[in-house]
Design a binder for this molecule. Sequence first.
Ligand code: PLP
Length: 320
Amino acid sequence: MAAPLDRSATWPYEGGEPARFSYARADHPTGAAVEKELGALDGGEALLVSSGMAAVTTVVLTLLRPGGTIALAEGAYYGHAVLFRHLGPWGVRFVEFDQAGPPPGADLVFLEAPANPLLTMPDFEAAAAHPAPVVCDATVASPLRVRPLEQGCDVVLHSATKVLGGHDDLLAGVLVTREAGLRERLHTTRRLTGMVASADTAWLLRRGLRTLEVRLARQETTARRLVERLAAHPAVTTVRYPGFSFLVSFDVADGEAASRVERALTTIVNATSLGGVTTKIEARHRWEGDRLPSGLLRLSVGLEDAEVLWADLERALSAA
Ligand code: PLP
């Protein structure tokens, strides 16, 4: 019934030679089992790594050469730009572009579907026509809603910390590609850098995947109800929702109003991250600064009762 968990870091050779599993930094059975399921979800071959950012690092170290430029979707998860800037001394360059149109000249194209927290969608056709490899972060969509490999992308990336794991109790990242040679190169980077997820993490992720479909369906039903009501609320100036997903962002007047809303909530947790079973809200300006409206609140809808969530939001918005 329950999947096996093998915590070994090393396994005996067979007949004097390494077998399928010999050392856990290369591969371990619990990781390989969840990779099979993740690959099937996205329609490719998956590689599990230690976090979403480890997935981004693995892609960049594998596909970019020093002096190469990444065309990064504007409004994508802010940590991507922060990481690329941090890697500047290693020769990583990046330019941001509006992903609703074609990417500029670059050696690697980095999309996000939909972008967190502005929730824009990429023009997949325009990106696929670009000569450089195309990577798409589909964390906020999940493979149940957007399958970038079918839209011409070379690699799809997820922070499995979010809806794939779903319970805010693991950190992991996933890369999926259809090109066997590319999966092998990504695997080599993972093995050499040691950016592997543990067997415990892989096991928890596999358990999370068993409920992904029902969790996401319920989260979306609740998100749609909250979006309708937020849009009609006088304290809310803008609501962003791509029509699917657990993630919503909306604006109140300014940063101070956003901060009052955060502190007035009682059921909804004022915390970072997204995709889990617990509803969370956060004013993103504190992390992202002026690239976002100061009154933007990011709401990650969980599994609580929709009416309970709305009552909490409505009461907190009266403080906005
Ligand atoms: N991609 C997106 C869209 C995210 O929201 C995040 C984290 O918030 C990441 C990647 C990074 O994932 P992790 O925190 O698992 O490293």
